[in-house]
Design a binder for this molecule. Structure first.
Ligand code: ATP
Length: 522
């Protein structure tokens, strides 16, 4: 507003300066109604206004201006700060224990008088943590939906600003609004963007925003039914002040779904889709081990799109197979221009992975393919028989060996090292790093080591990791040498058919199951 007034005044004085100078320029000094003093004053005021306007333009935008603009924009667009979600707990599949825990919060919002009479305070700060796409946002909006509350959703990064005070002001505005619309649920996604641990060289703006959030969390009255739910993928980064009792003191881990939850999630996302009777959702759930709710929802959607693309009226299990591959391995490359020689290398590489998987009887091989997808020239899809929560050192080593199967096969057949093993090596490094630093499975002892903090140990850590990798590689190489004929059979079948499913692989290999123990002596 101030800037606008100064601008208008500046325009008026510029016009006056021009008018007062006009007669001088045309040489008619006698008829000029402006004296020299007047002219000097007009020029002086114009210069002052001009400099002041420039200064205003450069000065930081304080919170007030920004929030007002934001508010005006929202008002002008007809957008509101909040929504009234229609989602309920029925739309959130699985996560039964979390839903049970949230029932209490819902009851508090619905029947707040009952609790207030007893002097109980609403459990206001709930923190969902866990991997991405597991339904944290969905759950938060379901809490609002169940209680018919106003749902204020914001992402932590929306409060991160260059100018000091803007983030804090936004937090204040958000809470003010939520209190006004109570009962309400405030959901702050990616809270780590504003709630990360503070230290001496941390940023002033972020600290102010976090302080404001702490103040708001402390500032609720007992009769205000405002629940704050935050979500993060990195709980370890959060400042302890945020987690202390009275703030975000209810922590709920939202992990990837188990097989039963995957089945339920798939049912939710196929509810309104025409499915062929041959589809068994339970089988699909088994094939999608390790996937999040977001992956499953994407698979259901992808299967429908594939069916439409193929002009079908119902979705078949084949569409689901394609959708799973699309989501896991990426888009199939049309007309790949791969050289025959390279195709052979890829066939041996993938055959190496599949054969070691079969020999060690680790996760069931669902499919082997040398059709390029995404950035991969070939891939093997594994399907673990069960959800596993504990793994032994031996089982982790088997995983490493399956990963190394590709490189070992290339070395055995072509006696070369190629770039094709890059992704495998990354996974091998991750697993062995965890074995050494987190699981105490090396000679460094039964200790947890933070690899980022133990720089002086880094040499020893890499030595132990290398030891595990080398031992696994030698065993893998020996397995492949012993079973070279089978390796060649699989590679040739892949070159002929490009893709082998589980049954076809078994056909090519015969029954290798149970040979692991025998081979351990190799
Ligand atoms: P991020 O941590 O990346 O923000 P998130 O945990 O908040 O992810 P959501 O945004 O809630 O994940 O989930 C993404 C989508 O995945 C949802 O819109 C929904 O379609 C699906 N989804 C995830 N979990 C479930 C579930 N338990 N039931 C039904 N759908 C789910």
């Amino acid at each position: 507003m101030k800037k606008r007034i100064i601008f208008i005044l500046l325009c008026i004085f510029i016009t006056l300066t021009v008018i007062s100078s006009y007669s001088l320029w045309v040489g008619d000094a006698t008829n000029n109604r402006f004296s020299v003093g007047d002219r000097l004053m007009v020029v002086g005021i114009t210069t002052f206004l001009f400099l002041y306007y420039i200064k205003l333009d450069k000065s930081p935008q304080y919170a007030h201006a920004t929030i007002n603009t934001e508010k005006n924009e929202k008002e002008q667009n007809g957008n509101e700060f909040f929504t009234k979600p229609k989602i309920t707990f029925e739309d959130v599949a699985g996560l039964e224990e979390v839903k049970e825990e949230l029932v209490e919060v819902i009851d508090f919002i619905k029947k707040s008088e009952k609790y207030i009479k007893m002097g109980a305070k609403i459990p206001k700060g709930i923190l969902f943590h866990g991997p991405p796409g597991t339904g944290k946002t969905l759950l938060a909006s379901a809490v609002a939906g169940e209680t018919k509350s106003a749902f204020f959703s914001a992402s932590g990064s929306e409060f991160v600003e260059k100018y000091v005070g803007v983030g804090a002001k936004r937090i204040r505005t958000l809470f003010e609004k939520a209190k006004k619309e109570a009962p309400s649920v405030i959901f702050i996604d990616e809270i780590d963007a504003i709630g990360a641990k503070r230290h001496s060289d941390s940023n002033n703006e972020k600290d102010q925003t976090l302080n404001q959030l702490l103040i708001e969390l402390d500032g609720f009255n007992t009769d205000q039914t405002v629940v704050v739910i935050a979500a993060t993928n990195r709980m370890d980064l959060l400042d302890e002040a945020l987690l202390r009792p009275g703030r975000f003191d209810r922590h709920m881990y939202i992990g990837n779904p188990n097989v039963k939850a995957r089945e339920d999630i798939l049912k939710v996302h196929t509810k309104n889709k025409p499915l062929s009777p041959d589809i068994k959702i339970a089988d699909l759930a088994k094939k999608t081990h390790g996937m999040s709710g977001a992956h499953l929802s994407s698979i259901a959607n992808e299967a429908a799109i594939i069916a439409v693309r193929q002009n079908e009226t119902i979705i078949t299990s084949n569409h689901f197979e394609q959708a799973i591959e699309r989501v896991i391995a990426g888009l199939q490359v049309k007309n790949p221009t791969i050289l025959q020689k390279e195709k052979e290398i890829v066939a041996y590489h993938e055959a190496g992975h599949a054969l070691i998987g079969k020999i060690l009887n680790t996760d069931m091989v669902q499919k082997v393919s040398i059709i390029p997808r995404g950035q991969a020239l070939g891939y093997v899809l594994h399907m673990p028989q069960d959800d596993r929560y504990i793994m032994t050192k031996e089982e982790l080593c088997y995983k490493v060996m399956v990963m190394l199967g590709g490189r070992a096969a290339e070395e055995l057949i072509y006696n070369h090292l190629s770039t094709g093993a890059k992704d495998d090596l990354k996974k091998v490094t991750d697993i062995t790093m965890q074995m050494v630093c987190e699981y105490g499975m090396s000679e460094l002892g039964f200790m947890y080591q933070d690899p980022n903090l133990t720089r002086n140990l880094s040499h020893k850590i890499s030595k132990e990791m290398n030891k595990i990798i080398d031992e696994c590689y030698i065993t893998t190489f020996n397995f492949l040498k012993t079973y070279q004929k089978d390796l060649e059979k699989v590679a040739k079948a892949l070159l002929e058919r490009e893709t082998l499913n589980c049954e076809e692989l078994n056909e090519v290999l015969g029954n290798l199951k149970g040979e692991k123990d025998e081979l351990e002596a190799v």
